[in-house]
Write a protein that binds this ligand. Structure first.
Ligand code: LMR
Length: 396
C-alpha cells in the first residue's frame, strides 16, 4: 500500500533547522524558524516557567486523564489573557475556551469544527500567510481563498486592496487574521485599520478567525489583542487560536488554546459539545504539562510579574535587533532603504531578496532563511549582525 507514497521535500520552515544543524561552518546563522534566542544563541527556559515546573513536580499527585477541555483553571486564566478583564462577550457567557496541542492544534481543531458546521466552508487568508496555515486548514476540507495584504514594493500593508477584497466576501465565509506580529511579513494593522476591517466584516456578516501566536511580542500583552477584542465585542461569532510556544517559550510542550465567541450562551454550550467531540475523535485530550505551567504562572501574581518582565525583555531585544540590523544594512549601501524592518513587529520581516539570493546566502555564507527571504530577527546576535549585513549587501 505505502508504495503509492513518494518522497516529499523537507518542510520549508522546519527543514531549515535540520539543514542548519548539519552545517559545520562556525559562522553559520539561523534566521529560519521562529524561535526566540538570546545573545548567546540559546533558547533558554524562562525563569517563570522553570519555577512553575518545580511547583508542578511537588503539586502533581496523579497522571490520570485531565478533563477533555484541559484544566478548567487554565482555561479561565487564558480567557482573561485573551479578552482582558470584563470583556462583554465573556460576561454574556458567550465564550468557550479549550486547551489544544499548541497553536497548530488549535488551528486544526477549529478547521475540523468549521468543516462539521459547514462542509467546504471558504476561509480567506492573507497574501502572504504562514506557510503551515494552508495544510492545517486545507487538509480539514476548508476551501482556501486569498485577500491581498503585504505590498512587497512599499513594505507595508496594502489596506485599500485588502478592504476592497474583504468587501466582496460572501456572508458566512471566514477571514483569517493575524492578531499581531504578522507571519511572515511583520506588518501589523494599526488600530485605525483594525477599526476599518471590523466595520467591513460586521457589515458583510463575515466570520473572523484570528490566529494569535505571538501575543506580547508586538507592542504588549494587552496592546496586541486590540483587533481581536474589538471583533469579539462587535461580532456574533469569532474563532481565536492562540499559542504559548513563543510567549511562554513552551515550544516543545505543545501548549495552546482555541477560544470561540458564539451568538449566545446556549449556542456556546452546543458548539462546545461539538468541539469536544471533534477533539475526542482526534486526540481525546490535550497534553497537560505546558498548560499546567501556564495555569500555575497565571494564577501566581509573583510568577505572572516575572513572566511579564521576561516577555518584555524578549520583545525589547528583538526591537533593538531590528534597529541594529537596519543601521548595519543602510550603513553599508545606499541602493536600498531597509528602515521598514525597524517599523515591523514580532519575529519576522522580509528582506526582499529573490530565491537565488537567499540560496547564495545559504550556500556561501551559511545564513539560513526561508526561500521568500523571511528572516526570524530573533536569530540575530550582536556578534553576527555585521556578518549578516555584509553578506546580504554582497548578494544584492
Ligand atoms: C515559524 O513560522 O517559523 C514558526 O511559527 C514555527 C513553525 O512551526 O513554522
Amino acid at each position: 500500500m505505502f508504495e503509492t507514497l513518494k518522497l516529499l521535500p523537507a518542510d520549508p520552515i522546519l527543514g531549515l533547522s535540520m539543514a542548519y544543524a548539519k552545517d559545520t561552518n562556525p559562522a553559520k546563522v539561523d534566521l529560519g524558524v521562529g524561535v526566540y534566542k538570546n545573545d548567546e544563541g540559546q533558547t533558554p527556559i524562562m525563569a517563570a516557567v522553570a519555577e512553575a515546573e518545580k511547583q508542578r513536580i511537588t503539586r502533581e499527585t496523579t497522571k490520570a486523564y485531565t478533563p477533555p477541555a484541559g484544566y478548567p483553571g487554565a482555561n479561565e486564566a487564558v480567557t482573561r489573557l485573551i479578552y482582558g478583564e470584563g470583556h462583554v462577550a465573556v460576561l454574556a457567557n458567550r465564550v468557550r475556551t479549550i486547551q489544544t496541542p499548541g497553536g497548530c492544534g488549535a488551528l486544526r481543531v477549529a478547521a475540523e469544527l468549521i468543516q462539521r458546521a459547514k462542509p467546504g466552508a471558504s476561509i480567506w487568508v492573507s497574501t502572504p500567510t504562514w506557510a503551515n496555515h494552508i495544510p492545517l486548514l486545507g487538509s480539514a476540507g476548508l476551501s482556501l481563498k486569498e485577500y491581498p495584504y503585504y505590498d512587497y514594493t512599499s513594505h507595508s500593508i496594502n489596506l485599500e486592496a485588502m478592504l476592497a477584497t474583504l468587501k466582496t466576501i460572501p456572508r458566512g465565509d471566514l477571514v483569517l487574521l493575524h492578531a499581531c506580529c504578522h507571519n511572515p511579513s511583520g506588518a501589523d494593522l494599526s488600530r485605525a485599520q483594525w477599526d476599518q476591517v471590523a466595520d467591513v466584516l460586521q457589515e458583510r456578516g463575515v466570520i473572523p478567525f484570528v490566529d494569535m501566536a505571538y501575543q506580547g511580542f508586538g507592542e504588549g500583552l494587552d496592546e496586541d489583542t486590540y483587533g481581536l477584542r474589538l471583533l469579539a465585542s462587535r461580532l456574533p461569532e469569532v474563532v481565536i487560536a492562540t499559542s504559548f510556544s513563543k510567549n511562554f517559550g513552551l515550544y516543545r510542550e505543545r501548549a495552546g488554546s482555541l477560544s470561540l465567541v458564539l451568538a449566545d450562551a446556549a449556542q456556546a454550550d452546543a458548539t462546545n459539545s461539538q468541539l469536544l467531540s471533534v477533539t475526542r475523535g482526534l486526540y481525546s485530550m490535550p497534553p497537560a504539562h505546558g498548560a499546567a505551567l501556564v495555569d500555575i504562572i497565571l494564577h501566581s501574581p509573583e510568577l505572572t510579574a516575572l513572566w511579564q518582565r521576561e516577555l518584555t525583555s524578549m520583545r525589547e531585544r528583538i526591537a533593538g535587533l531590528r534597529v541594529d540590523l537596519v543601521a548595519a544594512l543602510n550603513g553599508l549601501q545606499q541602493q536600498r532603504d531597509f528602515s521598514f524592518i525597524a517599523q515591523e513587529r514580532g519575529m519576522f520581516s522580509f528582506l526582499g531578496l529573490n530565491v537565488e539570493q537567499v540560496q547564495k546566502l545559504r550556500s556561501e555564507y551559511s545564513i539560513y532563511m526561508t526561500d521568500n527571504s523571511r528572516i526570524s530577527v530573533a536569530g540575530l546576535r550582536a556578534q553576527n549582525i555585521d556578518y549578516v549585513a555584509r553578506a546580504v549587501v554582497a548578494v544584492l
